[in-house]
Design a protein around this ligand. Structure first.
Ligand code: ADP
Ligand code: MG
Length: 355
């Protein structure tokens, strides 16, 4: 087990770098505590796999360091790092039985037959593979094969960290839900540091205590699921997390007051003066209410999801989405809305303005 520190890590796949776009990772700094459950969340191409491969040693970073328990291991090879990495697609031995696949990492480490048998039994039960233990792995579905990959990562007890790189991609949606809760359960049971990479906010938020959100090679925010929801530090976090995401609206700052759609808006934070190229107001659809006065909007569309109503509206400052209880009466035609001040934030060039 180990605490993992990434220090000023940058990586480029190019020999020469001219601008930000030439870097797959830029100035990444992370402290992952020993035994924590972490997720790395971001859209395809934002640098998640690059980061994992640097932690596991498959890739040497262009700049910066990787430390396990404060020891610099940047130049160690993957085997010397004692980590388990589970990839997006199954990596198994087709000709071996399911049992032998799971036993393989343990045999390699010289465990006794009885120790191996008891570990394999435990992991197989957890992943619902017990009835297939004597079958050849080649006969299994993609789901079944990926469960073996997961099992092979989870069966060792001597690893510093277990890393999952979008492991549920090939898994059927129903089983996805089961495996996701199992991984969480397993983390609580074995208390090993786990890093779970995904582009799916539900997977990240259900698995992890701390989520690292990545955007274009940079970390834009690290926080608990609640922190990411309630106070996005970057507009990307606002609209990437949540369904629908945060409304990001152009606003002006005049004498320290926030003006949107010609009206002064009460917000959680403000700016004394605007020294930004653009200033934006961020408000989640959940924190907007209909009222007698406020910002005038036109109701364009109401969709009822069963649990909620999503209302698309149009204001003079831009389109605004609102989320209401499914029982809320929605005015038709024109209406007025107000924003809950506590969750209304001002952003300068996409970053929250801290005071
Ligand atoms: P993610 O896992 O978040 O989808 P990656 O880490 O795979 O993102 O990719 C980050 C960026 O680096 C992307 O722009 C991708 O095209 C580029 N990249 C990834 N792997 C390589 C590679 N082997 N050679 C060149 N560019 C790569
Ligand atoms: Mg990837």
């Amino acid at each position: 087990m180990a605490k993992i520190t990434l220090k000023d890590l940058s990586h480029s796949y190019l020999e020469k770098q001219n601008n930000n776009a030439d870097w797959a990772l830029r100035e990444v700094n992370i402290d992952w505590k020993d035994g924590g459950a972490y997720a790395l969340l971001g859209p395809s191409g934002c640098g998640k796999t690059t980061l994992l491969n640097i932690v596991s040693g498959l890739l040497k970073p262009t700049k910066g360091k990787v430390l396990f328990d404060d020891k610099d291991i940047t130049t160690l090879n993957p085997v010397e790092r004692d980590i388990a990495q589970i990839f997006q697609f199954p990596v198994i031995y087709d000709t071996m039985t399911v049992y032998d696949n799971l036993a393989f990492p343990l045999k390699n480490r010289g465990l006794s037959d009885s120790e191996i048998a008891s570990k394999v039994k435990e992991i197989a039960e957890m992943l619902e593979l017990t009835s297939t233990l004597n079958n050849r792995a080649s006969g299994l579905t993609a789901d079944g094969k990926q469960k073996i990959s997961l099992g092979r990562g989870l069966v060792r007890s001597d690893v510093n960290v277990i890393m999952f790189d979008e492991p549920l991609t090939v898994i059927d949606p129903h089983l996805k839900w089961i495996l996701r809760s199992k991984l969480k359960e397993l983390h609580q049971k074995i208390n090993r540091t786990m890093i779970y990479v995904t582009h799916d906010q539900t997977e990240a938020l259900t698995f992890a205590d701390q989520v690292v959100v990545m955007h274009e090679g940079q970390i834009v925010q690290t926080g608990t699921p609640v922190e990411l929801f309630e106070k996005p530090k970057h507009t990307f976090v606002g609209h990437f997390i949540g369904s629908p995401g945060m409304n990001i609206l152009p606003c002006e700052i005049k004498n320290g007051e926030v003006i949107f759609s010609g009206q002064k808006i009460s917000s959680h934070n403000t700016a004394n003066k605007s020294n930004f190229n653009k200033t934006q107001l961020g408000i989640r659809p959940e924190f907007i209410n209909f009222s007698n006065n406020g910002i005038p909007v036109k109701i364009k569309r109401v969709s009822n999801t069963g649990r909620h109503k999503i209302i698309d509206t149009e204001s003079s400052g831009g389109n605004i989405k609102i989320l209401s209880n499914s029982s809320t009466e929605i005015p038709s035609g024109s209406a007025h809305i107000t924003f809950n001040q506590k969750y209304t934030y001002v952003y300068g060039d996409n970053w929250i303005i801290e005071q």
